[in-house]
Design a protein around this ligand. Structure first.
Ligand SMILES: Cc1cc2nc3c(=O)[nH]c(=O)nc-3n(C[C@H](O)[C@H](O)[C@H](O)COP(=O)(O)OP(=O)(O)OC[C@H]3O[C@@H](n4cnc5c(N)ncnc54)[C@H](O)[C@@H]3O)c2cc1C
Length: 325
């Protein structure tokens, strides 16, 4: 920040050396960048990819870190553990899970996610009595009145559900805004996706870390650091978004048949990798958990593996046909 003028009344005009646009998916900074003179050719348009996960709606509830369970079931009381409570229903329009996330302290409330397709019965509930009735029927193991406050339930029924974003990234993340202010997008403003791989926060933090590295590299020149960051991270943003689009979009069990097919493919690739480790790579979902691997490398390995598996299947099929003939 530099002081550009100091008026009589003591009002200072400040000019940022660099504006960091960390304002999330609906970034206002990105919208202003799109109007900047160097934004020609749709440089700040988001490249979006379809994903089965981005059709899902979600709502969030708060529950205590210690969740007692009815009957002889042990309480969900380890605040460092995640718990998934499964509903008794099997019909896709009523089947659901409540996923309670870990918290740092035992007295902190847990975030509990409900993630279902738009045609699920829970989205039609508009009053708290019906919500308690529905949840008590679906989750007989949970003493709902003890763990879900009236206030939480009221918020749940009045706030409309949100939808997961399509996997997307912004092609360019650096621009000079009107008033000669350089700006750089980081985090969800630059790349966003459904939480399939749990990478949203990590990649936002990684952006901050990389920018810090570029600042060091350029001896604290924020504009050059931001420009270098923009150029070098562009292929990483694209690869990350393509990975999230393809690696595990059915993990929410929104389409049980597709989840089973995905699991079958996963174990088949894992088996082939065990059998032929010199030829077949590990499934991409496992590679995505290796934090030392750049996303561009994981994506290349994922694509190469698909070709190799297709070639292997074709060769086995061809050999079988030749043997029979
Ligand atoms: C249901 C759900 C589950 C998720 N689960 C995971 C998970 O398990 N693991 C994971 O890594 N990621 C997860 N994510 C993704 C993760 O939440 C995001 O990727 C991450 O929060 C992005 O961080 P960010 O700082 O870029 O943006 P945000 O967290 O969106 O922060 C942007 C901030 O900017 C503020 N802001 C916006 N506009 C303005 C303005 N005009 N003026 C001032 N402030 C403004 C907002 O209020 C907000 O505080 C999940 C997302 C959802 C929706």
């Amino acid at each position: 920040m530099r002081v550009t003028s100091l008026e009589d009344e003591g009002t200072a005009h400040l000019k940022a050396d660099l504006l960091l646009g960390c304002d999330g998916l609906k970034s206002a900074v990105r919208d202003i960048m799109a109007g900047a003179p160097d934004a020609a050719g749709g440089a700040f348009e988001r490249e979006r990819y379809p994903s089965p996960a981005s059709q899902l709606y979600y709502k969030v509830l708060q529950m205590p870190a210690h969740i007692p369970l009815k009957g002889n079931l042990a309480a969900a009381d380890d605040h460092k553990m995640a718990y998934a409570f499964l509903a008794k229903h099997r019909d896709p329009e009523t089947a659901m899970a409540m996923v309670a996330y870990p918290v740092a302290q035992p007295d902190e409330p847990r975030t509990v996610n409900i993630i279902r397709l738009p045609n699920h019965a829970i989205w039609d509930i508009s009053d708290t009595n019906s919500l308690f009735e529905f949840l008590e029927d679906a989750f007989p193991q949970l003493p709902l009145k003890d763990v879900l406050s009236e206030e939480e339930a009221e918020d749940f029924v009045t706030i409309p559900p949100s939808k997961f974003p399509a996997p997307q990234f912004t092609k360019t993340t650096f621009a000079t805004l009107p008033g000669d202010v350089p700006a750089l997008l980081l985090g969800d403003a630059a790349h966003a996706f459904p939480p399939d791989l749990g990478l949203g926060v990590n990649t936002a933090l990684e952006d901050v870390y990389r920018f810090g590295e570029w600042l060091e590299e350029t001896a604290d020149d924020p504009v050059t650091a931001a420009q270098r960051m923009d150029q070098t991270q562009a292929p990483e943003r694209a690869a990350l978004v393509r990975l999230v689009q393809t690696v595990a979009p059915y993990q929410y069990n929104q389409k049980p048949k597709q989840l089973k097919f995905w699991a079958l493919k996963f174990f088949a690739v894992k088996g082939l990798n065990r059998l032929l480790p010199f030829f077949i790579d590990r499934p991409a979902v496992l590679l995505a958990q290796q934090d030392h691997l750049p996303f561009t490398t994981i994506r290349k390995r994922q694509v190469r593996n698909r070709w190799k598996i297709s070639a292997l299947v074709a060769a086995v099929f061809g050999a079988a046909l030749w043997t029979v003939a």
